[in-house]
Every structure is written in C-alpha cells, then in structure tokens.
Design a protein around this ligand. Structure first.
Ligand SMILES: [Zn+2]
Length: 334
C-alpha cells in the first residue's frame, strides 16, 4: 500500500518524504502512536518507496518489488512480530544478522519490528548493538505504542515519528471502504475505537454489543442475583475462545471514563457510551451507575482494570482475573 492510500497520517508521511527527498534517511525510525492508526502500513509503504522500480516520490504499488514487499515475500524485507508476549531472542539474533548483510536486490534492506515494546532485556541489547553500528543500506523501523515503553538507549538512537489518532471522519471513511457495515454500526465502532480503525473489532461487533449489554446490566443493577450471574458469566468468558474477557476490559475502561466525565459535569455529547444505535440509550444506565461510585472509587477501579490486563498478559487465569475485578467493582459500589 503506497503512501497515497494511507489516510490521516499526512504529517508522518511528509516527514518521511522529506527525509527521502533530502537524502537524510536515518538508520532507524521509531514509529509511535496507538494501535490501528496506520503505523505498520506506513512502514511498509516506506519500504516500497525506497525499493520501487519506478523511483518516484511514492511507490507505484504495482512493480514486482512493490508487490513482493506487500506480500512480505521480498528477499530484502523482513517483518518481526512478537510471538506471544516476548520476541524470542534467537529469532531476533537471526534477523539482526540478516539485516547486516548487503541487500540481495534492493536499494535498501528493510526490517520492521512491530511491537517493539515487547523486547525483553536481552533482545533490546541485541538491538542496541545493531543501532550503534548500523550496516550501510539497511533500515530498521521499530513500531511501538509509546516510546516510554522502550529503553531510553534505544529511543535515543532512533528518529521518532509520532502518529496521530485518526479523526472520526477519517476512520469512518476507512471503515466505509474496507467493511460493509451500516452507518449506525460504523458510528458504534468509531465510538469504541477512539481514533483508530480496528478491523478485528469490526468482525466482532455483535459479540462486543452482547458483552457490553451484559456488563451494563451489572453496572446498573446491584443485587445478589446480579452478582451471582456476573460471577458465572465471568467464568465462562474467561475460558471462552472468543476472548470476551478482553472486550469486557475495553468496555469497562470506557464506562468508568464516562462516569468520571459525568462526575465532572462535562458535556454529555462527549460520552463514549452515548453513541450507540438509536434504540439503545445508555445515558440513563450511566447516570444510575454514577450514583454508585465516587471519583476515588472510580480511580481505584481504573487501576484494577489495568492490573487485570497486565496479569492476563502475564498468563494469569483469565476467569479469576475478571471475576476478582468485577467483585472489587461490586464491593466498591455503594
Ligand atoms: Zn513499485
């Protein structure tokens, strides 16, 4: 996908084009910004631009090199993505050795590391060595959500570009082009993607709505029967292959964010849980819920949500993690 097909990242792409034009390509870029806003696509477009047979300001997207890069089937192009929580050190060493070799066909050998925040210490050290002594005609593109998650020694050796969240208009345009969702559903998806286009979420929209409706029930009816039902559901969701637990955590974050919003008396049209389909008003449920939690409790619950997410990433039992989070929520509700 050449630069011209990437929407909403004109600023980042301008910087890259300037670097190409002035022949000031660093050895390593660091692309940061939230997930699903076009960082990876831009990295691929840069690899294409640098190697395209047409040699224009943007890749042609059609020559054999452009196509092979798009299919990740080009001799001088590699993409590393963490396998599980961490990137395996052997894999990193192999890739970094590969990067040092002179390009086979390309003008520049390019390696993308998507998910650089998952580098373990040993892997980060291996990268650091490559960054300190880069081979000519090679380019490394690190992608991470935030530079703060990376060792300072790595960040300081890369040229950083911050990617901006997408505007609603842009993400709507992308969703219209890439999915067959109705306008109502696009709006719903936009409200919960917050400045990104989440293709995976688009496919899970129905499940997302079910999870959200169930959780809204819990958060607006506090009774012993609800508690029992909640714990049973958490157990099922934690075990399910559909990963409802992750939709639940995402949703709880938006819900408690909205409660903070209400407590501060901020405008209702900015509530995330307001933009749902016409037949489904969540405002009244939000207001009921707001009466049960004060700001300090909301703050505590926010930390608990983040803790649960981290614990699950580190392989904690998912059912137990969301059960204890929900129990904590219930206990806090006055
Ligand atoms: Zn081309």
């Amino acid at each position: 996908m050449p630069f011209r097909d990437i929407f909403g990242q004109e600023h980042a792409i301008d910087l890259l084009k300037q670097a190409v034009r002035r022949d000031r390509m660093p050895h390593a870029w660091l692309f940061t910004g939230k997930a699903n806003i076009g960082k990876f696509k831009t990295a691929v477009a840069l690899a294409q631009q640098l190697n395209c047979r047409e040699c224009g300001e943007d890749a042609c997207g059609e020559c054999d090199f452009c196509l092979q890069i798009a299919e990740q089937n080009f001799l001088d192009f590699q993409v590393l993505i963490p396998d599980g929580k961490f990137i395996k050190i052997d894999q990193i060493r192999k890739s970094l050795n590969w990067l040092q070799l002179h390009p086979d066909q390309a003008k520049k050998r390019v390696m993308i590391l998507d998910g650089a925040e998952h580098l373990g210490r040993e892997a980060a050290n291996a990268f650091l060595k490559t960054l300190e002594e880069p081979a000519p005609d090679t380019l490394l593109i690190l992608i991470a959500e935030s530079a703060q998650q990376l060792p300072e020694t790595i960040v300081s050796r890369c040229q950083q570009i911050r990617f901006r969240p997408l505007s609603d208009k842009i993400s709507e345009r992308i969703l219209r082009q890439t999915t067959e969702l109705t306008s109502e559903r696009i709006q719903l998806l936009n409200a919960f993607s917050m400045g990104s286009v989440n293709g995976k979420l688009a496919a899970r929209l129905e499940l997302m709505e079910t999870v959200q409706q169930t959780a809204i029930g819990w958060l607006s009816t506090f009774s012993a029967a609800t508690l029992e039902e909640m714990l049973r559901t958490c157990e099922t969701w934690g075990k399910s292959k559909n990963e409802e637990w992750s939709l639940l955590l995402d949703f709880l974050e938006t819900w408690f964010r909205d409660l903070t919003w209400l407590h501060h008396g901020l405008p209702e049209e900015k509530l995330i849980n307001r933009t749902v389909n016409s037949g489904d008003s969540r405002i009244s449920a939000l207001k009921i819920s707001a009466e049960h939690f004060n700001l300090q409790q909301i703050h505590e619950i926010f930390s608990r949500i983040a803790e649960s997410r981290r614990a699950i990433e580190l392989n904690a039992n998912k059912s137990l993690a969301i059960e204890s989070l929900c129990l904590h929520m219930y206990r806090k509700a006055a």
